[in-house]
Write a protein that binds this ligand. Structure first.
Ligand code: NAX
Length: 328
């Protein structure tokens, strides 16, 4: 039997947590023969509900669950973790300014960054899901200086999966035919789902979907606004699809990317594609199973460059705002 991978999940009693924990525990994230030690972190008011979730995980009798540690103490929660999935945050409420949101979450993510640096395993990798996820990740990373920059990720995979599903529906093909979809920039309404480099059945998506006006217009806005459409229809935000994207992100970083393809995740910019260094921004990424790299040489035309500039501008403004607040 392999030794367990220790995984922390914050916001473990929330909506995404409720889908995610069972996927991790069943082996979807790390494989069918890999035991997991779960460290589940909630704030004090969430602890009673978390107790119920732990009872349900127990009641699944999962063969791969080595142990479950529910806690509201972040130092305890991040002890020895190989993966930290930062899902819990305070979402934007009506009337809240972006600066208020960054400030409230800033306090959470400075503390979590410090606790990760102090307590996690030396190989820790961190995926931030809680919004605004790119900038929350930036804050945590800057408060955990001992943890190398290439270990920090923010989630844009749900956007990639949404984009693939829209392209497949328009082309009338199964979603597995769609590849090479890159999300650039921020996980927000400014993100750019790059259809110019996408492929459908191995051909350029623009050769299969001969409707550039739809691609440049409705396609992009549907992907950008998909979260809002789900809230409208369901009465609460996407949870199972978000949890699925967390599983996909970790699997894509820990298994080799299929030849010629890439996936999307926000990482610390190294200046590739002229993007400002040291902001957390989504790029096309490849992994060999242990190391990842930004895919170089993906063509960026004038339309794409305009969209990328807009989303990077938003990330720079968020970075400046948290700098001004003294969070980084
Ligand atoms: P919920 O409100 O259902 O759950 C959040 C949980 O986090 C709650 O149980 C709360 O008690 C807990 N929490 C709050 N502060 C905490 C802290 N400091 N430490 C530990 N736990 C804390 O939200 P849910 O639907 O699960 O969404 C979680 C986050 O994911 C939100 O910020 C949401 O905006 C974000 N999302 C990000 C997505 C992405 O693609 N990156 C997509 C889905 C989702 O919108």
């Amino acid at each position: 039997m392999k030794s367990p991978i220790t995984v922390a999940v914050t916001g473990a009693a929330g909506q995404i947590g409720y889908s995610l924990l069972f996927r991790i525990a069943s082996g979807s994230m790390f494989g069918p023969d890999q035991p997991v030690a779960l460290r589940l972190i909630e704030i004090e008011p969430g602890m009673a509900a978390l107790g119920g979730v732990v009872m349900e995980i127990d009641d699944c009798a999962f063969p791969l669950v080595h142990s479950i540690t529910p806690t509201s103490d972040i130092n305890e929660g991040f002890k020895g973790v190989n993966w930290a999935l930062l899902v819990g945050s305070v979402p934007r409420k009506a009337g809240m300014e972006r600066k208020d949101l960054l400030n409230i979450n800033g306090k959470i993510f400075t503390g979590q960054g410090q606790a990760i640096a102090k307590n996690a395993a030396s190989d820790v990798r961190v995926l931030v899901v809680g919004n605004p996820c790119n900038t929350n990740c930036l804050i945590a990373m800057n408060n955990a200086k001992d943890v190398p920059a290439d270990r920090w990720f923010a989630m844009t995979r749900l956007d990639e999966n949404r984009a693939k599903s829209q392209l497949a529906a328009k082309a009338g093909v199964h979603v597995s035919e769609v590849s090479n979809v890159a999300i650039w920039g921020n996980h927000s309404a400014t993100q750019y789902p790059d259809f110019y480099n996408a492929k459908i059945g191995g051909k350029a998506a623009t050769d299969v979907i001969k409707d550039e006006a739809w691609l440049q217009g409705e396609f992009i806005s549907t992907v950008q606004q998909r979260g809002a459409a789900i809230i409208k229809a369901r009465g609460s935000s996407s949870a199972a699809s978000a949890a699925n994207a967390v599983v996909d992100t970790v699997r894509s970083l820990t298994t080799p990317t299929p030849a010629g393809d890439w996936t999307s995740v926000a990482v610390c910019s190294d200046g590739s594609y002229g993007v400002e260094k040291d902001i957390i921004t989504s790029f096309p990424i490849r992994s060999n199973g242990s190391k990842w790299e930004i895919v170089q040489g993906v063509p960026v035309n004038e339309f794409s460059q305009g969209k990328i500039n807009a989303t990077i501008q938003e990330l720079k403004e968020e970075r400046d705002a948290v700098k001004e607040l003294g969070l980084i």
